[in-house]
Design a protein around this ligand. Structure first.
Ligand code: GLU
Length: 482
């Protein structure tokens, strides 16, 4: 492994399912690795036993696989590497860079409350930092399990160069004597993260902005361990359209939900790539290959990115329309099978589906829209909203319109778009109705709704028998209104 090799990692904590922000971090790391012909490593930071969520690891790997973010090494699990962290913690204590702290959780909690009351930042008061040998022996004998804390320098400051933000400086006295090893002998994030980035020869740490204040602590650890730190790049935050931190409220649930809702991985990748990065001021559509080719940290912004769900929907719609009709039909099938109302008979007929989906492809923003837009193709009897059937006309003219249509359509043998149009278009004038009113009425009768794919194509796909049946039922409903 040469020193100049680019090695980056995605290091999620399995304390929940990954959301957009997490996956944007994964994507930028992946793009950076692929751009530089480097390595992308997956590391599960599972040292917070209490906050571990069942199924989170599987969800993380499933999300990455869905999006095609393949990793070269891992997943490594920190919980399987405990001796390494424990050894480093011991070494730091031996060298005087860290110390054992015996303060009870109750004492720390009281201290925290008191500091809050005085409006001071919560911080350990360093009581155990200068314990004498005798005091330590006494505490040890009392059976308390200590934690290991870092001996943060009391003065001066710690700076580092962030590849996105430039020079960043923190005053050491704000950094606290943070914990390295907890009383359960698990490392904290700070210790495990630094040890692993070193042992895994990580060249660049690309992570979300929220970790910025951890970095000076990590730098101090690298210094006392005499290790070369990686380069750091803190990625801009992602905010909702209301400029608040992105949350479920903005529709930003876990990433697999986007798969369930029928977003395409390629659209997600394109969309996520633009949350904090851009090629120039105008380019919106970039393929995965183009992203790999062009991705650089220089074009990652400093200011927060805004998550715009409408833009995602629009972009996904564009990607859906780029699919071939066959691809769209086969991808839609899964959603139709899953989401059509239970009254629809299964298995669905694939060749029937392939006559329907071309009518939907233009209109769907997600594959999840397909069953909603196409359910009337599959349903037996429709339930009508009666007021829609006579909307813009009256019962008498609606009755006449449908009766005449039935009369003309019954003998029709070549049931196709052109012949249907040939019969029905002139009929509007004959009935003294505008085409929009007449076709509107037929549309409601045939589909049960006021918006649908083009009427004649829809009727052609539905077939004669279904259409006549629906027209009869609609007629019956109209007459019932009298
Ligand atoms: N485990 C941290 C997380 O959940 C990793 C942060 C980092 O990349 O250092 O995001």
């Amino acid at each position: 492994m040469s020193h100049s090799e680019i090695r980056v990692r995605f290091a999620p904590s399995p304390t929940g399912y990954p959301h957009l922000g997490n996956i944007r971090t994964a994507l930028f790391n992946w793009l950076f690795a692929r751009h530089h012909d480097g390595k992308f490593i997956l590391r599960i930071e599972d040292t917070d036993v209490a906050r571990k969520v069942a199924g989170a690891v599987e969800n993380i790997t499933e999300s990455l696989k869905w999006l095609g973010l393949d990793w070269d090494e891992g997943p490594y699990f920190q919980s399987q590497r405990l001796p390494q962290y424990q050894e480093i913690a011991r070494k730091l204590v031996d060298q005087g860079h860290a110390y054992l702290c015996y303060c009870s959780p109750q004492r720390l909690e009281e201290m925290r409350r008191e500091q809050m009351r005085r409006k001071q930042p919560p911080k350990y008061d360093r009581r155990c930092r200068e314990l004498t040998g005798q005091q330590r022996a006494r505490l040890e004998a009392s059976g308390v399990t200590p934690v290991v804390r870092f001996k943060t320098p009391l003065e001066e400051e710690t700076s580092f160069h962030d590849l996105i933000r430039g020079k960043v400086t923190f005053q050491n006295d704000t950094l606290d004597d943070f914990i390295l090893l907890k009383s359960d002998s698990y490392p904290t994030y700070h210790l495990a993260n630094v040890v692993d980035d070193h042992l895994m020869v990580i060249s660049h740490v690309l992570r979300a902005d929220e970790w910025l204040s951890s970095t000076p602590r990590h730098i101090l650890l690298y210094q006392v361990l005499d290790w070369q730190p990686p380069q750091f790049a803190h990625l801009p935050m992602i905010l909702g359209p209301d400029k608040a931190k992105l949350s479920k409220r903005h529709g930003a649930t876990n990433i697999i939900d986007y798969q369930r809702q029928g977003y395409l991985p390629e659209a997600m990748i394109n969309f996520l790539s633009l949350l904090g990065w851009s090629l120039d001021d105008k380019t919106e559509f970039l393929s995965r290959e183009e992203l790999v080719k062009h991705f650089t940290l220089e074009r990652v912004g400093k200011t927060a990115a805004i998550f715009n769900k409408d833009k995602l929907d629009w972009m996904n719609g564009v990607y859906l329309r780029k699919l071939t009709p066959e691809q769209f039909a086969s991808q839609s099938t899964l959603f139709l099978q899953r989401d059509l109302p239970p009254s629809v008979k299964h298995p669905l007929d694939n060749s029937y589906i392939s006559t329907i989906t071309p009518l939907i492809q233009e209109r769907a923003k997600t594959l999840g829209d397909v069953p909603r837009l196409a359910d009337f193709f599959f349903l037996g009897d429709l339930e009508y909203d009666q007021s829609l059937l006579i909307k813009g006309t009256d019962t008498a003219s609606a009755t006449k319109a449908i009766e005449t249509s039935l009369e003309r359509l019954k003998p029709l043998e070549a049931w196709n778009t052109a012949s249907l149009e040939d019969i029905l278009r002139p009929l509007a004038t004959e009935l003294g109705l505008t085409t929009s009113k007449f076709f509107g009425l037929l549309r409601v009768a045939i589909t049960g709704r006021t918006a649908s794919p083009p009427l004649f194509q829809t009727m052609a796909v539905l077939g004669k028998e279904r259409c006549l049946k629906r027209l009869n039922k609609a007629l019956h409903e109209i007459k019932m209104q009298n």
